[in-house]
Design a protein. Structure first.
Length: 219
């Protein structure tokens, strides 16, 4: 059985936000909702992983440090599709679940919007859809089978499961101009993420949480 995952090369990501834009359009995401965020690192004492991602990430594309010793890098963050997801463990209805393919999903028909999974997720990547949901356009955009955005339910990155099921790659993969993302089966040593990770420093964000993320960060 395939166990999907992704590797992100932090040395190749230049913060263009193409992955975030592709995700937002493909999934017809309303205002205020992002499945994928690219944070700016501009603080000298900020390290990956194990620290609050917001630290040193408040000013987009602004270098930190004193000239000429300035630094600037980027950190893309979405659902980590953990092998041991804390969100699934606390969900009272079974709305949050992990499939045999490794993808962690939310069933909007079972979700009661209690927010337990939001509190349990250490990555802060889940959002409750409120009654004030608004869209940028008066018509739906993106994929025809994009997930519905149901009021009082929780949403997050789906790894573009709808695209995966028809043999395509996630939207963020398709538009990354820096080719910083690698997608494939983490159990296959010849898959793109595993090949890209060979000889590299591999980081798991907030590894101490014990969630075993399926997103690998390469340094």
């Amino acid at each position: 059985m395939t166990r999907y995952g992704m590797a992100i090369d932090l040395n190749r990501c230049f913060g263009c936000q193409a992955c975030a834009a592709a995700c937002k359009i493909a999934n017809n995401l309303p205002k205020g909702l992002s499945y994928n965020v690219v944070y700016t690192k501009n603080d000298d004492d900020y390290t990956y992983p194990g620290t609050a991602v917001a630290k040193g990430a408040l000013i987009n594309d602004s270098a930190g440090g004193a000239f000429p010793d300035c630094s600037l890098s980027f950190f893309p963050l979405g659902c980590q599709h953990c092998a041991n997801p804390s969100c699934v463990a606390v969900c009272p209805t079974g709305a949050s679940s992990k499939g045999e393919n490794g993808i962690v999903s939310v069933d909007s028909e079972l979700c009661i919007g209690c927010g337990s999974c939001i509190k349990a997720c250490p990555y802060g990547v889940r959002t409750l859809i409120g009654e004030d949901v608004e869209y940028y356009l008066d018509l739906a955009v993106g994929e025809v089978d994009a997930p519905a955005h149901k009021i009082d339910t929780v949403e997050k990155c789906t790894f573009c499961k709808n695209l995966i099921e028809r043999g395509e790659e996630p939207a963020c993969m398709q538009l990354c101009p820096g080719r910083a993302r690698y997608w494939g089966d983490l159990d296959d040593p010849t898959s793109d993420p595993n090949v890209a990770a060979q000889g590299r420093e591999v980081l798991h964000y907030l590894e101490d949480e014990g969630t075993e993320p399926s997103v690998l960060y390469l340094r």
